[in-house]
Write a protein of this length. Structure first.
Length: 300
């Protein structure tokens, strides 16, 4: 275990040493917050108000708080996954610059080497997304704060699950890559496409029935819904306290993807947690077996 921790710390130090990669990873959540608040806030607000009957009046603070909670939940759902591809660059760098040749002739097993890569990806991703979460809390406090301590802790738990999910996924995808250009291309594709398929840029409830059914088979759908449920829990609690009609609250839940449906059945929060844990376990096993495959790092 001492060897694994030493490898993890080595990879973490390389991440901090590369100022360009560190700056890119740190600035990405800030850029996302600005872009989300600028371009998606109105879309989310229109989607939310569309589910409110004309005879019901909701304060601007509650509307802004709901929109801000949905926006920050969507941002964290994307950031927790995409950032792992940025911080997982060390694995590819070691292959590109020949460092893996030294590891391969050392008395360290491949399992420990790749476990070190994985753990450093998790640690660095949690650090970056922790910063993003602090910024999101500040944005929520400004727009409309309805969370309590339990809600914040649940969101932190969700972040850990999503980072573990993203780290296993990025580790599997990054394993066969041998150049930084290849990883950059993969990272660009993931950053551009993941937000759509997970329902972060636009609620899945706005998609067609066929696409909704297809996306219900992806764990990313439930990852986004899970963090939305906990981020919006205080908002729904406030709506219940003000005795808004249950039908309206449920309609808002459906509109904001808090009640994902699989084969006609609503998936509960506990089931979402189970899906994420199961996905992490499956991807972790796949990553383990992938690392046992022969590789040609450093070959020209």
């Amino acid at each position: 275990m001492r060897t694994v921790l030493a490898l993890m710390n080595r990879n973490r130090k390389l991440f901090f040493k590369d100022k360009g990669m560190l700056f890119t990873s740190m600035i990405t959540p800030v850029i996302l917050i600005v872009l989300y608040a600028t371009f998606l806030a109105k879309v989310f607000r229109d989607s939310f108000t569309a589910a409110i009957p004309d005879m019901i009046t909701i304060s601007d603070k509650l509307i802004n708080g709901t929109v801000a909670a949905q926006l920050t939940a969507s941002l964290m759902a994307v950031s927790c996954i995409t950032v792992t591809f940025c911080v997982n660059l060390t694995m590819v760098q070691d292959k590109a610059n020949g460092t893996r040749k030294d590891f391969n002739v050392s008395p360290v097993s491949r399992e420990k080497i790749y476990l070190g890569y994985f753990l450093s990806t998790v640690a660095n991703s949690l650090m970056v997304n922790g910063l993003a979460f602090v910024l999101c809390l500040g944005y929520l406090f400004k727009m409309g704060w309805y969370m309590n301590a339990a809600d914040v802790l649940w969101v932190l738990f969700d972040m850990i699950l999503l980072v573990l999910f993203g780290s296993t996924l990025s580790s599997i995808i990054s394993f066969p890559l041998t150049t930084q250009g290849q990883l950059s291309a993969v990272g660009t594709i993931v950053s551009a496409g993941y937000g759509f398929i997970c329902g972060a840029y636009m609620p899945i409830s706005n998609f067609g029935p066929g696409l909704q059914k297809a996306l219900s088979y992806l764990p990313s759908t439930y990852a986004t819904s899970l963090i939305k449920n906990h981020m919006l829990h205080g908002v729904f609690r406030e709506m219940e306290r003000k005795h808004y009609p249950d039908e309206m609250v449920e309609a808002i839940r459906d509109t904001l993807d808090c009640n994902p449906v699989f084969h006609g059945n609503v998936v509960s929060v506990n089931q979402m947690i189970g899906i994420m844990m199961g996905s992490i376990a499956v991807f972790g096993i796949i990553y383990y077996f992938v690392t046992l495959l022969p590789e040609g790092e450093g070959r020209r």
